[in-house]
Design a protein around this ligand. Structure first.
Ligand code: SAH
Length: 230
């Protein structure tokens, strides 16, 4: 065969082969990293099987997108390990019809997972460049139920409150009071709480009949929750 024909054939065949590999890696990730560790919330597993995590990481890390690890996404930030994303999503127990707020858009991956399950996702990112990149990616992937807002998430998003679920993906010393206020009665919030330079505790906060119930779950390590300078 002529080299040009071989080249054209290779180009034509190559993309599906690559995406099939990612599909296999993704299914393997769901089975070996999530199901075996107790993730059993159906909608979470389906979203984790569907969303192409490799599209949310820089190209140099794409081949590691389904590894059991967090990855750098630029600007000193990271995309969480797949298990942590699934675990936090399962804790929120999201369902169709819900409205969810995320603080810390980062790559947009967690927002996409939620967008597969709930009706409305609002996600706030403090690093402008990351927010803009994610906004573009959400549009490209057709997630028209996600709104990316650039700003300091400490104050939440009063205009769209109350939320059925709030997920914070950066660690603060304490839970920002506006977020607790913006949680619907019966709603759930998941957030890492603790010192930024060390290990934090993943906390579940539930609002029931106006009462706040806090449960400490597991040690985690997240990037710090930062504040916008006045
Ligand atoms: N959920 C993300 C994880 C990103 S890491 C993902 O799926 O990729 C946490 C993100 O929180 C970082 O991008 C960081 O810039 C952002 N962040 C930190 N403090 C914040 C704040 N006060 N408001 C909004 N975003 C914040």
């Amino acid at each position: 065969m002529k080299p040009l024909i071989i080249l054209l054939l290779t180009l034509w065949i190559a993309p599906p082969v690559i995406s099939q590999n990612y599909g296999a890696l993704r299914n393997n990730m769901v089975r070996t990293q999530l199901e075996t560790r107790g993730i059993n919330h159906r909608a979470t597993l389906e979203a984790m099987s569907k969303v192409e995590r490799h599209l949310f990481v820089p190209s140099a890390y794409q081949k590691h997108a389904y590894d059991d690890a967090p990855l750098p996404i630029g600007y000193d930030q990271t995309i969480s390990q797949p298990y942590i994303v699934a675990y936090m999503t399962q804790l929120l127990a999201p369902k169709a019809g819900d409205r969810v707020l995320e603080i810390g858009t980062g790559s947009g991956y967690q927002a996409a997972i939620l967008a597969e399950i709930v009706d409305e996702v609002y996600t706030i990112e403090i690093v402008k460049e990351l927010g803009e990149r994610s906004k573009k990616l959400m549009g490209k992937l057709g997630y028209d139920n996600v709104e990316v807002i650039i700003g300091d998430g400490y104050k939440g998003l009063a205009a769209k409150a109350p939320f059925d679920g709030i997920i914070v993906t950066a660690a603060a010393e304490e839970i920002p009071p506006p977020l607790i206020e913006q949680l619907r009665d019966g709603g759930k919030m998941v957030m890492p709480v603790g010192p930024s330079a060390s290990v934090q505790t993943l906390m579940l906060v539930e609002k029931q009949d106006g009462k706040i119930i806090k449960t400490n779950l597991t040690p985690v390590r997240f990037v710090p929750f930062t504040r916008q300078k006045k």
